[in-house]
Design a protein around this ligand. Structure first.
Ligand SMILES: O=C(O)C(=O)C[C@]1(C(=O)O)C=C[C@@H](O)C=C1
Length: 197
């Protein structure tokens, strides 16, 4: 074998070594990913679905307030919810700072949807709606039902949040949900403290 051939052979072997190492490492990474996200996937998807469900109530809130001309921002109602959130979080062993930040995001997301719709209805000179949903009797009780369910999901999420594979899955799943939601910017707000973890 001449020198050139020998050199090419050595180079080939060296490359083969790197390629094999690369394949092995990526194989481990993929395997680790699957293992972690297998269990976390359901929790993450469940939590995102509940966040979307809560946000899907915001147009009803907007309709009720369009008719009643009540303010979009109601700090005393937010404070009342947050008080229960902190109590329930303590009860379920959820970090109350995360719970507070998460619920504040939900309020901010709802307000973003309400503002967007009110601006749109203003432009369209929308008259009051026929049979609007009732804020006190229908809508707020629906939101109150979701509160402990969201805290339960937050508690499950906390067991995975330090796993990078679960975070990565949350990132992918959240991006997908945002891309498919009519109120993308608001959903982005609603998921922001989870993605910061
Ligand atoms: O209950 C209302 O009035 C709402 O607008 C809903 C909601 C919430 O998401 O829970 C959002 C904004 C308000 O500041 C208070 C509460």
């Amino acid at each position: 074998m001449n020198r050139a051939l020998l050199g090419a052979g050595r180079l080939g072997l060296r490359h083969l070594g790197w390629i094999t190492a690369g394949l092995l490492i990526s194989g481990f990474v993929v395997a680790a990913d699957q293992q972690a996200s297998d269990e976390a996937r359901e929790t993450v998807d469940g939590l995102i679905a509940q966040v979307e469900q809560r946000l899907s109530i915001a147009p009803d809130v907007a309709m009720a307030k369009w008719n009643s001309e009540a303010p979009i921002n109601v700090p005393e109602r937010e404070a009342q919810i947050l008080k229960r959130v902190v109590e329930e979080a303590q009860h379920q062993g959820v970090d109350h700072q995360l719970a507070r930040a998460f619920f504040q995001d939900q309020f901010d997301a709802s307000k973003a949807v309400q503002k967007q719709l009110h601006q749109q209805w203003q432009k369209e000179s929308q008259p009051p709606f026929d049979n609007p949903p009732n804020l006190a009797n229908d809508i707020r009780p629906q939101l109150d039902t979701l509160t402990p369910q969201l805290i339960q999901s937050l508690s499950e999420f906390q067991t995975f949040e330090s796993e990078s594979a679960a975070q990565q899955y949350l990132e992918e799943s959240a991006a997908r949900a945002v891309a498919n939601n009519e109120y993308a910017e608001a959903l982005e707000i609603a998921l922001s403290s989870l993605r910061d973890e």
